[in-house]
Design a protein around this ligand. Structure first.
Ligand code: NAP
Length: 306
């Protein structure tokens, strides 16, 4: 793999930025990498482990001379960070992000965008329930999808270059508009997280099920179903605040389905339940066939950290 960018700058040095930094090194995609984070602690860790070539204390120094700047902060911080770095961005540079919601990032960043900077929002559909600069690993994006949501009139060369960069980090690439992305993700990620959080809340509320019983018997389904409920609370608060409409739409549909199954259980309608589970099993198996999960008992997660 050959060099795609001279200097890649990360604002935020958590799970996604650190995984990108490792993946860039693995494939030699950049000559230099720089980064900064909000807290001195995170910057210290990043320096200790040599996460990027240079860690700076300010976002301004970090983006200076960069031909690619990647915003890797929680959704709620995108606008503030964009405002801070905007005067220091190089003309001709590409500015991208990895936020889980796309229209909200566009709304937050666009007002600060200087002339001559190519803004191409992005979202790698890969993650774990771990956070911080030590959580990253080079394989995180391998065979995962990355969705770019370029605005109308986006520079085609800048888009092609960023696409090559993500492919170089192991990802498959898709391009769509931001509202469509937000609806798709409400189905595939945001609502499932909300339901997992709820299920953990339900188990906690049930006084009959003691903590030890929940943990002891968790392999019966609770463990796999709620794995994602250990995800970062700041990130997920921001996802629901910024993808409100699409999430509420999907939650409404989910609730209707749940009521239909609840009624089938109450009425002893085994045919309906069987037909429903047959259909959903086929869909779930399709995910394994599409290479987006494994059928190993632990879903392959012990190895991949995913
Ligand atoms: P993370 O591990 O929690 O790291 C977040 C980084 O952002 C940290 O370096 C943090 O600095 C910095 N930060 C937090 N608040 C900030 C603020 N107000 N101003 C400046 N910097 C700030 O998060 P992550 O999992 O890498 O997520 C980063 C982005 O990727 C989010 O937008 C998320 O939606 C998106 N994403 C996440 C996943 C996932 O599964 N985790 C998957 C795809 C996309 P400190 O450490 O100093 O606090």
């Amino acid at each position: 793999m050959s060099v795609i960018y001279q200097r890649v700058a990360f604002i935020g040095l958590g799970l996604i930025a650190s995984s990108m930094a490792h993946a860039i090194r693995r494939s030699g995609l950049a000559v230099t990498t720089t980064g900064t984070a909000r807290s001195a602690d995170t910057r210290k860790v990043a320096r200790e482990i040599g996460l990027v070539d240079q860690v700076f204390d300010t976002a301004a120094e970090t983006v200076k001379g960069a031909d690619l700047v990647v915003l890797c902060v929680p959704m709620g911080a995108m606008g503030t960070v964009a405002e801070e770095i905007a005067p220091h961005l190089e003309p001709g540079a590409t500015l991208t992000d990895v936020g889980s919601v796309k229209q909200a990032v566009i709304d937050a960043v666009t007002p600060f965008l200087p002339q001559g900077v190519h803004f191409i929002p992005g979202h790698p559909l890969a993650g774990t329930e771990h956070s911080g600069p030590r959580a990253g690993f080079a394989e995180l994006f391998d065979n995962r999808w990355c969705i770019l949501t370029p605005p109308d009139g986006c520079d085609s060369q800048a888009l092609a270059r960023l696409s090559r960069f993500w492919r170089g980090m192991g990802a498959n690439l898709d391009v769509m508009d931001a509202p469509h992305h937000d609806l798709v993700l409400a189905v595939t990620s945001h609502t499932p997280h909300l339901i997992a959080y709820t299920m953990v809340g339900v188990a906690d509320d049930l006084r009959r099920v003691t903590d030890s019983e929940v943990i002891k018997y968790s392999a019966a389904g609770f463990r796999d179903f709620t794995r994602i409920a250990a995800s970062d609370p700041t990130m997920w608060r921001d996802v629901f605040l910024t993808n409100k409409d699409a999430t509420l739409e999907i939650l409404g549909r989910f609730t209707e389905e749940l009521f239909a199954l609840q009624r089938a259980i109450r009425q002893g309608d085994g045919d309906l339940l069987h037909a429903y589970f047959t259909r959903t099993r086929a869909i779930r198996r399709g995910i394994i066939e599409a290479g987006q999960d494994t059928d190993a008992p632990d879903f392959g997660r012990a190895k991949s950290k995913g």
